[in-house]
Design a protein around this ligand. Sequence first.
Ligand code: C2E
Ligand code: MG
Ligand code: MG
Ligand code: MG
Length: 285
Amino acid sequence: HVKARGKDSYRFFSESMSIDSTHRLDLERDLRMALERSELRVFYQPQVCASTNRIVGLEALVRWQHPERGLLYPRDFLGLAEETKLIGQLSEQVLNQACKDVGHWVRSGHSDLRLAVNLSPIEVEHPRFVETLIERINANDFPPGNLEIEITENVIMNDLEQISQKLRELASLNVRIAIDDFGTGYSSLNYIHRLPIHTLKVDQSFVKAIRNGADDACIVNAIVAMAHGLKLQIIAEGVETIKQLEYLRALGCHQIQGFFYGPAQSAADINNLLMQTRLQNAVSG
Ligand code: C2E
Ligand code: MG
Ligand code: MG
Ligand code: MG
């Protein structure tokens, strides 16, 4: 269509550009206000033990309750937060809220419940990353052994020296380390057994490939086999169907996360879910 407009195409293009940049400025201003007005929400997606069906972890996923645009997802604002350096503040608010919510559940009977948080490369690369993280969880009285941080392979490969020192410090404080979207980054498998990594999260794209034959699932098979060999925990992300669940279970995947068990939900909804499991346990036990 743009081509057919001939000379107009330039104007067409520059108009849409300027709309985009206005939109961006609006969103940046809105995000600053959102941080001041606490419009960010933390939702939690259950991580379920494949053999017991119990919730063993909760991944904190940020949402933005925008006053006009409704509920926004990370893809709508995370990039902007990173570019404008607002990510530090965003992350602080998410971590504080998550430590409060999950800390409450941990203290009220779910003592092994794990909180998984996503970290942006920018945060991890900050020289004071470890101190800041520990200060924040201490300030919220959150047990470090119940925390798992999720980072990507690219973060590790960017600066292996720096990152390995940081991860060692965290691991010595009992914080667990997970590799998110495993298999999609650029990386060398060599780092895995040299760093204190506890968990591999198989990327959704490989889980989606579990359909019919074993051919489709060969990457999942390989990742799970490798994790077993290295004695790492393995979480499958994006599990939507019973077929995928059964396949992963048979393969020996430890934990399952995905719409099959439920999407990320508000703290109130998770609270109800945890209450139900306690009632069930009280009845059956
Ligand atoms: P991620 O850490 O890989 O999280 C998984 C994403 O897949 C989440 O999207 C989740 O809602 C979605 N998901 C879970 N189960 C299923 C499923 O069965 N099917 C499908 N199609 N999707 C599923 P979400 O919440 O939009 O988050 C997107 C990404 O944004 C996350 O990917 C993570 O990298 C980042 N993110 C989210 N919250 C935070 C945060 O607080 N801080 C930072 N730095 N990044 C965050
Ligand atoms: Mg994640
Ligand atoms: Mg992921
Ligand atoms: Mg991701």
